[in-house]
Structure formats: structure tokens, C-alpha cells
Design a protein around this ligand. Sequence first.
Ligand code: BGC
Length: 427
Amino acid sequence: MPHRTGFRRVFAPLLASLLVAFGTGVQAGEVEVLHYWTSGGEAKSLAELKGMMAQRGHGWKDFAVVGGGGQNAMDVLKARVLAGNPPAAANIKGPAIQEWAALNALTSLDAMASFDRWDEVLPKVVADQMKHKGRYVAVPVNVHRVNWLWANAEVLRQAGVNEAPRNFDEFFKAADKVRAAGLIALAHGGQDWQDFTTFESVVLGVGGAKFYDAALVKLDAQALGGDTMRRSLETFRRLRGYVDAASPGRDWNASTDLVIKGKAGFQFMGDWAKGEFLAAGQQPGKDFRCFPAPGTAEAFTYNVDSFAMFQLKAWEAQKAQGYLAYLLMGQDFQERFNLRKGSIPVRQNVSMDKFDECAKVSAQDFGKTAKAGTLVPSVAHGMALAPGQQALMRRLVSDFWNNPQMSVNDAQKQLLALAAGPQKSPQ
Ligand code: BGC
């Protein structure tokens, strides 16, 4: 009966979640959740969610796929869905949400979204990404800022770096001082998504938000082939000279650990790195510092984690899934989770009182940059390009990082060829 199936798909999770939320004795179910949050700080954040599900008697089946940035997780997810056995929910972001929705694999969350007034409490730029053909198919849980530079406060003192580096010239001077103090200047993990995380901060710092948008989001040929991109690539290449020999292949959190332990001075990384500092018992301002990546104080590269809900057959599983969606958008969860994750709540009416200075700056800047037109999507973290094109860009930038034989000119030519290729994103 198509009508009944449609009704169930749209309303069952809502109904179940409300019944469970208000404790009317609906039996609990189990959710299987695909994620890649396996580092110390990430695991602590996720534990909040597991705990809140357990409070309502719901079981949690962990489907964790190791690998920062989530590429491995996405590969495993594809295999599971193709085999007809999707998890209840998966951490899927940006344009990838559209691809899954277009395959008709996701459950509509529209009934819950209108009941809970998601449109009123979410920034439009985020709400739009959560919708397919105008209907909610995913739930956002945070806003990560990607254009951060992390530093060990004691290392900076030892090295005599007294000011935040405001541009890349200042950064290189500071990095020289850290190196002269006998420490690793830049803790970088050489994996393609980490290379691109650093690269996009360089592009933003060298060229500004407008240029970033033209070059990396719109893949505009003039921007990719021009002088500002040349300077960005040169700056990016220069950073390579400041990393240690063990950088290739190293996980992001192992690099953060070098900063935490005072073996390295700096790391370019999104604010999930703050989750690691906090999990290690460190305090912002005292033990570690959060600086805007050089030259990017007036801009904000956003990266929103969200969960898409897959269509499930079993009624019990649908109930637990509905409750999960309801919980994820809740003020209580968004506060508890983001206090540990390093990000800020994406829901606009959550108090920032309990958050630290880095998060407060982030929340203010998110609003300010949205007004100023300098809020840009992170390309490294799947907010801007379709997954296929993003993968090609990441590989190219990584090749450039790893291969000193590739000239800046060659890299620009390849960027142009890629942008003109058949995978060009529709944006
Ligand atoms: C995700 C974060 C995650 C980080 C490292 C990013 O793409 O948005 O939630 O902590 O990758 O895995």
C-alpha cells in the first residue's frame, strides 16, 4: 500500500520520537550510527549522544570507521547501502547529502522539522544544505570553523613568539623562531584531506574570502590561473619546509598531540583539534592558543557535521531513529556535545555561557562574517564541491605538496584542467 508506506516514512519517526520523548511507554529500539569520531576528543563528544540515547532506553550500535575527514567512512557506507543494509544514521555532509537523497535512500524529516521549527532556529545557509528539493533529509549538529591555527602557549613563550601571526610573513617569522628553539614548527599530518585543510586556509589568508569563493568554490578559471593562486601555491609550498620528517601519513590527532606535548609549535586544523586539547585537560589561553589562520581573521570557513537518516524497514528501528533525529537538534544535546567537540552549536538559540573564548569568538565571527559576505564553505571538509570533484582537487593539491618537482605553473594548469572537467559541480 503505497499511501501507508509513505505515511510511515514521513510520520512514523516523528510520532515515535514524540511518544518516546514524552515518556508514554513506547518501547525503545536500537540505532546503528556510522561515524568516524574515533579520536580522544571525538569519542568523548559522541559519548554524550550515546548516554542521552541510553537514558531513553535506546540501544546504540557503533559503526565507527577510522579515518579523519571521513573518506573511509563514506566508502564503507556505500558498500553497506548497496548491499541493502544501511545504518539508521550516518555522518554525511554538504553536497554529499544531495547525492544520497537523489538515490532515494534517505528518510524525510520534514514533519519533525516543521513541528520543531527547524527553519526558525537554523542559519539559512545550513538549513539549505540539509534539504533536498525543499525537504529536510539531514540533521545538523554543529558548526566547525576550519580556518584556525593552534599553538602551544609554552612553546611560543620559549621561542619568543609574543604575538599572533596576522599574516603569512609573520607566521614564517614565528615558525623560524620555534625551529630555532629546536622544536617542530608545524605539526602537519600528511594525508590529502589534511593537506587541503591547510591549503584552503592559505588560499583564504593570501587571497581573501572573495578570491577563495571564486577559486575553490566556483572553480573560476581566471582565479585558478591567476597571480593570487600562484602566490597561494608558493606560500603553501613554503610551509612544507616547516614540517617534520614523520609527517607523511600521520593522523591529525597525532599531530595535535605533538602540539599538546610541547614538541611542536603550531598546527593548522579545524576546531575539532580543540576537542583534543580539552580531552588532554588543557585550557585555552593558558596551555594552548587558538589564532585565526594568518590573514583570515575577518573570514570564516564553515564545516557542519550532520546526520542523514536512512530508510529502515523495521518499525522498532524507525522509532529509535526518530528519537535520534529529535535529540540531535535539541538545545541540551547541542550544548553538551559541542562543549567537547570543539565546535559551536548550529542551533541559534543555545546559550554560549559555558563555552570557552575560542568558541565565543567563533560564534561571534559566524554571525559577523555571514553579514559581511565572508562566510565561506570548507572545500576540504565536503561543504562546497560534489564528492567526486572534491576528491580530485584534494589529490592534486596533495601531489603538489608531496612532489617538489611539480612546479607552481604545472599545478595551476592541472587545477584549470580539473575545473573544466566533466565533474564540475553545479554550484
Ligand atoms: C569532521 C569533524 C571531524 C574531523 C576529523 C571533519 O571533516 O567534520 O567532525 O572531527 O573531520 O575527523
